[in-house]
Ligand binder design. Sequence first.
Ligand code: KIV
Ligand code: ZN
Length: 414
Amino acid sequence: MIQNTTRYWVNLNNKRAKSPFCIYNIFKINEMSEKVYIFDTTLRDGEQVPGCKLNTKEKLELAVKLEHLGVDILEAGFPVSSPGDFESVNQIAKTLKNTVVCGLTRAVQNDIEVAAEALKPAKRFRIHTGIGTSDLHIKYKFNSTREEIIERAVKAVKMARNFTDDVEFYAEDAGRTDNEYLARVIEAVVKAGATTLNIPDTTGYCLPNQYQEKMQYLVNNVPNIDRAILSCHCHNDLGLATANSIAGVIGGARQIECTINGLGERAGNTALEEVVMILQQHKDLGFYTDINPKLLTAMSHEVSDVMRMMVQPNKAIVGANAFSHSSGIHQDGFLKEAQTYEIINPAEVGAEESKIVLTARSGRSALAHRLHKLGFEYTRNDIDELYPKFVEIADRKKEVNEDDLKEMAAAYKK
Ligand code: KIV
Ligand code: ZN
């Protein structure tokens, strides 16, 4: 039994929250901090992933959970695209109580009328209309001109305003749209009544500084920009969706469009859980969201199950390994003080407590910790004697599990 308290078990009870230097307690919500609106598009852009098609019942269940999570705006679908999508948007519109329910349209009269019809029962609804603005889209998708695109954009926004005061305009492929022209489009649609301006990096092309500068350019060069909110909508083709969204907020945007688990077209969209936790961790940036972070893990599991899309184990915030430690150096530091290797307490995002995974790279402190969790109390000398056997098992197996530990303990006669 333990006589000498050694470094192996000094933190077996995980003193993370009691440390006077606990970084989790350092920042209080800055009274000057500004809200960033969370626009969830799991049920629209997220659902565009091959194999992730949901039926109305599944969509409705997720929508209720997303409202509970605290999303401000929920993009429920693209009503004109199919009777099933119309029905889902309509059911969600009838059910949600606080969240703004949004429907996507092209800059086409019929799309807008159908979306308005589907959204009509909602307490609060938004029509999200728009058109491609990059020269590539103008030439190849629309065989049109820059001036004609502005006219079509303005017409669509005015049409949408006949149904609601809450109209969001998207300038598709804004990431590759010339800033000067983009500013002209934005000025015109704000004049026509758009209240939110979505600046999508549709192809995930921008670098964070470019996306930030694009937002800053619009803030500085669109005379009526103060009448609307700028929104980030970033795709992850280069793995930059989250970084770009945060850069966009720093550049002046106050809404982020995102999906649970980063689901979406091709490489996906910005992951909701990532941007929420970045703004939470970096309070010094001066922003907050109304998302309840404690529900993030459960929400991720729910979406993964319903959409039948596994979450990669190393996924930030919600991956199975997000709070696992397997190398001896990390485990030793973590057991002395959790903050040495963790910037988020798993409880903050509703995850199970951090795991110490036993592999051939684990050290004595990790072994002592896991044995202690199973109720075996050993001295440092005991652990020194047990360790070679442990390494032998670990070399044979990828991971030493509880049964292996119990067997080791039973064989160790003391
Ligand atoms: O990525 C994109 O540009 C979009 C728009 C339709 C908003 O999803
Ligand atoms: Zn998109």
